[in-house]
Design a protein around this ligand. Structure first.
Ligand code: FMN
Length: 561
């Protein structure tokens, strides 16, 4: 690979080109010159901003589809001759939906349809462990784990988690350890690497399309082994929201070479001089010769121009495009700017300041996709007309047959939607992350106050715990949804615990692997979806009770009958 750098806007940007072409690409975006200049040997080529963008899109495509570079000099010449560029970036990204809603089955189906399927990388360790403890129906986990490149590790994970015939009915799942900044149990890290590998492996199985993986930046503790495991399976894109993942691109670069990576853990109350870094060195885990790996695309999920600009300028490696997510999207939402008061119904109020300026996004010159209430042919057409490469859609895919959401929940919500009575409440406090969280209003689930109050608080999965500095300088972990007395004992404020819900356990219940508690009580669900849930019945054929990912894709592309 050749590499060239130019200082721009106060930092260095690196552009990589295949060494075989003998060419060096200098990225002059951001210099405000209105054009890019590409150097081939000593010959400078001047291209317009539009040509530059189109060319960049072609390069992205090559990276995404793992194709050899089509010979960029020819392509550049085509562009200069005024030939229209063909945009072949995926128009539809099936959004990552944690935990386990966008599972390998869904992502596989979407990628086979020529779009970008994305598995959720959230809590895959516990999800894969529980699938194995349920006897691995269909043998999918075992089939994937058998292809893991480090066989001894694969064997240990199977030995620890697989239960032939499944755990006895009514008994709890065996717990897995929780993460810490340093010294996490080796068996946990192994499970994490193998689980991320397995989910991506299965999503890629049987076709050549690219597959992405989604992580939440707020869930930092497992991030390094998770990414490494997904890369071992050849993940084509890492999509990351709920935070500022400015240090992720460098991790991808390093892991592509099996090099050691660091990631700073956000620790409340940490002071200068504290060691806040998490470290992961592949050489501690590799058996034999590791497979060659490709650096996946990095597509952060953002809700503001400022964040897009910061990431494109200050990230420690290449950012390849953006997902721009609005406040109607399912899952967590970015909080509104300026902390406006809640609406009369108690929901966050979004205004003009929360609208991302697409003209400024276009100036960044990177492809972007629009997310949030975009699940229609019109939504896609409009996005393309505004300069987007396409759309990211979640809710519509969450209710199709391939998704991981429990079938009874899907059917129930689709019936409500068909009757015009599916409702979302954007809960400003439910999530221990502090981000607004969209909740489908369903009786008998934790969306009901009575069910919420009836649940005994417990924190035994711990993905959303907040690391904090203890008096002795070591790191403690607390969750605003754990038993209130424990939270207060760890320095948490009582008021901050009010209304918090244990998303970890509820989201496991949503995908049919909720924990069984004393007395045979199974954890209750708490279902998230975007505002679009009210219209999900549009995908149902007359008389049908379910629809597929292919139905969604056909509709969005405007090819449905
Ligand atoms: C059930 C569900 C879970 C979600 N979980 C995540 C997640 O874990 N990470 C993430 O970045 N986005 C998550 N999202 C957001 C989607 O990836 C996508 O951006 C969003 O759903 C798009 O808006 P739409 O729901 O209106 O189609 C989730 C959405 C849904 C519906």
């Amino acid at each position: 690979m050749g590499q060239a750098s130019l200082p721009h806007a106060g930092h260095w940007r690196h552009v990589y080109w295949p060494a075989s072409t003998g060419a060096t690409g200098l990225d002059l975006r951001g210099l405000g010159a209105g054009f890019g200049v590409w150097f081939t040997g000593h010959l400078p080529w001047a291209v317009s901003r539009e040509q530059y963008r189109a060319y960049y899109a072609l390069r992205q495509l090559n990276a995404l589809y793992d194709a050899p570079d089509p010979g960029y000099i020819l392509k550049l010449a085509d562009l200069q001759a005024g030939k229209a560029p063909v945009s072949v970036l995926p128009k539809i990204i099936q959004g990552g939906m944690g935990a386990g809603v966008s599972n390998w089955t869904l992502a596989n189906a979407v990628s086979r349809l020529g779009q970008l399927g994305v598995v959720s990388g959230t809590a895959l360790d516990v999800i894969v462990s529980r699938r194995l403890q349920d006897g691995d129906p269909g043998g999918h986990m075992r089939r994937a784990i058998a292809r893991f490149p480090f066989p001894e590790m694969a064997g240990r994970v199977l030995a620890r988690h697989f239960v032939e015939g499944g755990r006895p009915a009514g008994t709890p799942y065996r717990a897995i350890p929780m993460y810490a900044r340093t010294g996490s149990a080796r068996e946990l890290i192994e499970l994490c690497i193998v689980a991320n590998f397995a989910e991506v492996f299965l999503a890629r199985e049987g076709h050549d399309g690219p597959v992405g993986i989604n992580y939440l930046e707020k869930i930092q503790l497992p991030v390094l082994p998770s990414i490494y495991g997904a890369m071992l399976a050849g993940v084509a894109a890492v999509l990351m929201g709920a935070g500022i993942p400015i240090r992720v691109p460098g991790v991808l670069d390093t892991f592509a070479l099996h090099g050691p990576a660091e990631y700073p853990l956000s620790i409340t109350g940490s002071i200068e001089g504290d060691d806040t870094l998490m470290r992961f060195s592949p050489s501690d885990w590799i058996e034999g010769t590791p497979p060659a790996m490709k650096r996946p695309l990095f597509l952060p999920i953002i809700a503001s121009n400022t964040l897009a600009l910061t990431l494109s300028r200050k990230a420690n490696g290449r950012v390849d495009g953006f997902i721009i997510e609005g406040p109607t999207a399912g899952g967590h939402n970015a909080p509104p700017r300026g902390k406006p008061p809640l609406s009369a119904a108690g929901e966050p109020v979004y205004g003009e300041r929360d609208v991302v300026d697409l003209a400024k996004m276009r100036e960044l010159g990177l492809p972007f996709w629009l997310a949030g209430g975009r699940g229609t042919a019109e939504g896609l057409r409009d996005a393309l007309a505004r300069g987007a490469a396409g759309i990211q859609v979640g809710t519509a895919f969450a209710y199709c047959v391939e998704s991981g959401l429990d079938t009874a929940t899907k059917e129930r919500v689709l019936r409500l939607a068909a009757a015009g009575s599916a409702r979302i409440f954007t809960d400003p406090v439910a999530s221990p992350t502090g981000f607004p969280f969209k909740v489908v209003q369903l009786e008998g689930t934790l969306s009901s106050e009575a069910e919420y109050l009836a649940r005994t608080r417990i924190c035994d999965l711990g993905y959303l715990r907040e690391p904090y500095r203890k008096e002795d300088g070591s790191t403690g972990y607390r969750c605003a949804s754990e038993p209130v007395a424990h939270y207060i004992a760890k320095g948490g404020g009582e008021e901050n615990a009010q209304g918090r819900k244990c998303l970890c356990n509820a989201l496991m219940a949503d995908i049919g692997i909720g924990q069984t508690r004393a007395g045979g009580i199974v954890e209750k669900t708490l279902v998230t979806s975007g505002d679009d849930v009210a219209d999900t019945a549009r995908f149902l054929a007359p008389g049908a009770a379910s629809y597929s990912a292919a139905d969604v894709v056909a509709r969005l592309l405007g090819v449905a009958s």
